[in-house]
Design a protein around this ligand. Structure first.
Ligand code: DP6
Length: 349
């Protein structure tokens, strides 16, 4: 357990952060121990889909209150209390404080978009900021490393949301400073990826039938697990090369292969399950046909759900917009699309 002096009775303050969601290109799917990944993953940090969280703290005895979008929310509160318990070794001072936490999302809770990455990273940024305000010392890289580590204990993918543009989480032999405990920023990425678009086509806003956490657990009995973890490490090696070279086509191919692999792993879990919907497959066919017809660099990836993430560089956005209007929007639930793109990472407010 980290050693901290006892906090004084007049300690109080308030911190606020907004933190984004992220979309993995190389997927984290399978974990062990205390939230450690079976393979390294790499994601784009988004900008539109984010969570805003504020934490008011006073000297106290570990009471937590939580309001989500202005309303008391016991289910989320209990999640946060469990999370705080999990990080007690890293932040023991939290049990000497009373916390009033308020949170809101810029994307609809029921849109089928994963909110754990933005929610847990926003909370982690707030907790690290409290540590910095009360004890000092936590600056720059050390701050982000700790925020990533804390966020990981809340949700693995959240570890990647603390950095601008891109993040790599998990040990990889080619990246000397990579680590299973926190994410880092990959270096030398070509600027074309810094303003990449990710339009999220909401094929279904219904709640997922199998949570990501349950999906990770099913990897333990998956007969292809070992080969999968090795494949992910190899794909990450290739992805880093094409991201350095600015090779969008190679990047897009890996993104699509990873999406298909993720869902194939679900289909061959025991019990098997399918999170794609018929319109997910129709969209995939249309995206591939459009690319063949036009040569335009437009690719997809999928999260653990039915929604399509359409990935393309900024320079073709007009052309892609027409394609969306003509062929994809009709496949979306109530025509819903979240127009997102690579962003600057968490912001203090
Ligand atoms: C398919 O991070 O949501 O989005 O660690 O159990 O909270 P927990 O899982 P989570 O899993 C994300 C899975 C994924 C791929 C990815 O983001 O890498």
């Amino acid at each position: 357990m980290a050693a901290y002096p006892k906090i004084s009775e007049n300690t109080s303050g308030k911190v606020s952060w907004q933190s984004p969601s992220n979309i993995a290109i190389i997927k984290y799917w399978g974990k062990y121990g205390n939230q450690l990944p079976q393979n390294a993953s790499l994601s784009l940090t988004l900008s539109e889909a984010h969570t805003k969280t504020s934490v008011a703290y006073t000297y106290g005895e570990g009471n937590v209150s939580f309001r989500f979008e202005g309303k008391e929310n016991d289910a989320f509160r209990n999640k946060i209390v469990r999370f705080i318990d999990k990080i007690m070794d890293d932040m023991p001072f939290l049990q000497e404080m009373d916390l009033v936490i308020e949170s809101e999302n810029t994307f609809p809770h029921s849109s089928g978009i994963a909110s754990s990455a933005s929610a847990m990273s926003a909370l982690a940024m707030c907790f690290c900021d409290i540590e910095k305000a009360v004890f000092g010392k936590l600056e720059g890289d050390a701050f982000l490393k700790k925020a990533s580590h804390i966020a990981r204990l809340g949700s693995g993918s959240a570890s990647r949301s603390v950095y601008p543009h891109f993040a790599l989480w998990g040990k990889h032999v080619d990246v000397s400073n990579s680590d299973n405990h926190y994410a880092i920023m990959p270096s030398d990425v070509h600027p074309i990826f810094k303003d990449f678009h990710d339009d999220i086509l909401i094929i279904s806003a219904a709640e997922k039938s199998v949570s990501s956490t349950a999906g990770h657990a099913l990897m333990e009995g998956n007969p292809f697990a070992t080969a999968r973890y090795e494949q992910a490490q190899n794909r990450l090696r290739q992805l880093l090369i094409c991201m350095q070279e600015g090779d969008i086509h190679a990047f897009g191919k890996i993104a699509e292969d990873e999406a298909m692999t993720l869902h194939a792993l679900m289909m061959c879990s025991d019990p098997s399950y399918v999170l794609m919907k018929p319109d997910t497959l129709t969209a995939i066919e249309r995206i591939r046909a459009f690319r063949e017809r036009t040569g335009s660099p437009c690719y997809f990836t999928l999260d653990a759900g039915p929604n399509i993430h359409l990935l393309y560089p900024h320079e073709v956005s007009e052309e892609i917009n027409t394609f969306i209007e003509e062929e994809l929007i009709e496949l979306c639930d109530n025509g819903r699309i979240i127009r997102d793109r690579v962003g600057p990472g968490p912001q203090k407010s």
